[in-house]
Design a protein around this ligand. Structure first.
Ligand SMILES: [Fe+2]
Length: 448
């Protein structure tokens, strides 16, 4: 079956279908019928709405969800800045025309989902709702009890490289394992428990717009990431119903938010997981990368790598450009005749940030060459705009004289992802120091 053989079994049930209008009730009958905002909702719940787009956005991109909860969200104390701020968020970023490679990223022990996040590279500004950032996380601890987090700045596309994230969101629970991805839209509150040792991976924080499925054009109506394979949480309710009235116990909770790049926190005297039902189009979702239906050449030449796009966040600057294209390179058959099968040498207008989720390939694999060193799990590369790259000389020569038989690229145990962006990405100092720089040139200093 075209699904990943996960070592950690699934523990939740889900709704299925990307972009679909979904509705879910943890308490049967908690979603009002027809009316979105009746005078008194069922079980005397309060109506609340969270929007991910303007009200007048076209239907295809309009994202709104109605929620029915015990305590309205404004019932909390004032937010104040956290004493400990992520240092890399405000520091100067650096642009370089050199290719960068990270064999891995430095890890500080004892961190959780919030404290372990570090910006690798960034372009744009959440205050202007422009651009995006790529981050790494490496959490050995679950978040503190009775604590939730949300980003006011951007949608989080999370790619676990190792470990499992058990995520409790306002709209329900998701278990996210290696070879799955999860998208948590801005504003949605959640907490993350770490399961089975250190959880580490990559994050794309999208300040601008939202991810959507790519158009398929002549491919037709299916393949690549199919809409039915995206999984959406089911409502979970931490309160109770007594005499037809919903309530939840008093207990202290802390809410942490990232707002314009800084962390703030506040407290409230009730759980944020007091939503009995919801319906709408704005929700978190996860996807098993093993379900991706790969398209490729069955005659000659490489199609463009855009055929590997899972999700795209269009820029609207000009047709066909993206703030971020999220693509993957899964195991697949290569059968092209009279074709140079490794990636040809190229320079692209889009910047490319690639990371390694799984690589059990032998040392002779093309993916373990290319730059002369292995492409290791939790490693990454950044090839900025017009940075030339391709195979090393030895691999290049071998590819030109190899006997072209059908071969399985990647085999089992292989998954590399690629973020492509129209933007030039600025690299934070810590990430620059962690990278092994090719070319040895001094990076250009430039605040973004
Ligand atoms: Fe490339």
């Amino acid at each position: 079956m075209p699904v990943t053989k996960f070592s950690v079994p699934e523990k939740y049930k889900y709704l299925e279908g990307f972009g679909t209008y979904h509705q879910s009730e943890a308490v049967p009958g908690a979603n009002p019928v027809a009316a979105n905002s009746p005078q008194v909702p069922p079980f005397r719940l309060s109506t609340e709405r969270i929007s991910g787009s303007s009200f007048t956005a076209p239907r295809a991109t309009n994202l709104q969800t109605w929620i029915y909860r015990v305590h309205p969200s404004p019932e909390h104390g004032d937010f104040t800045p956290l004493s400990s701020q992520p240092s890399s968020l405000e520091e100067e970023l650096h642009l370089t025309p050199n290719a960068l490679r990270w064999h891995d990223f430095p890890i500080t022990k004892g961190q959780d989902w919030i404290s372990s996040q570090k910006v690798i590279t960034k372009s744009g500004n959440p205050r202007k709702k422009e651009g995006l950032a790529y981050l790494m996380y490496a959490a050995s601890e679950s978040m503190a009890p009775n604590t939730v987090f949300y980003s006011s700045d951007g949608d989080y596309l999370v790619i676990p490289q190792a470990g499992t994230l058990d995520i409790q969101t306002e709209l329900g629970n998701l278990l996210v394992r290696q070879n799955e991805i999860v998208v948590i839209p801005r504003g949605i509150r959640y907490r993350v428990d770490v399961v089975g040792g250190i959880a580490r991976g990559y994050i794309c924080e999208l300040y601008q717009g939202h991810f959507q499925l790519p158009e398929l054009g002549p491919i037709g109506s299916c393949s690549l990431a199919n809409a039915r394979d995206f999984q959406i949480p089911i409502a979970q309710f931490s309160g109770s119903i007594s005499n037809g009235i919903a309530s939840c116990e008093k207990e202290n909770w802390t809410i942490v938010t990232k707002f314009a790049g800084k962390l703030f926190s506040c407290t409230q005297d009730h759980t944020p997981f007091d939503i009995a039902a919801w319906h709408g189009t704005y929700y978190p979702y996860k996807y098993d990368l093993g379900r991706f239906s790969v398209i490729g050449s069955i005659s000659y030449d490489h199609p463009d790598p855009s055929i590997f796009t899972v999700l795209t966040a269009p820029s609207h600057r000009e047709p066909g450009t993206a703030v971020c294209d999220f693509a993957i390179f899964p195991p697949r058959w290569l059968v092209m005749e009279d074709t140079y099968r490794p990636p040809y040498y190229h320079r692209n207008s889009m910047s490319e940030f690639a990371g390694v989720i799984i690589n059990n390939q032998d040392e002779e694999s093309v993916w373990n060459k290319g730059g002369g060193d292995g492409f290791k799990p939790f490693g990454a590369t950044l090839n900025g705009a017009m940075v030339p790259h391709g195979m090393d000389k030895k691999t290049h020569e071998e590819a030109r004289k190899s006997d072209l038989k059908p071969e399985k690229a990647g085999m089992e145990g292989f998954m590399v992802f690629l973020f492509e962006s129209e933007r030039m990405m600025g690299v934070s100092w810590w990430a620059l120091e962690a990278a092994r720089k090719f070319g040895g040139k001094v990076p250009i200093r430039a605040g973004l």
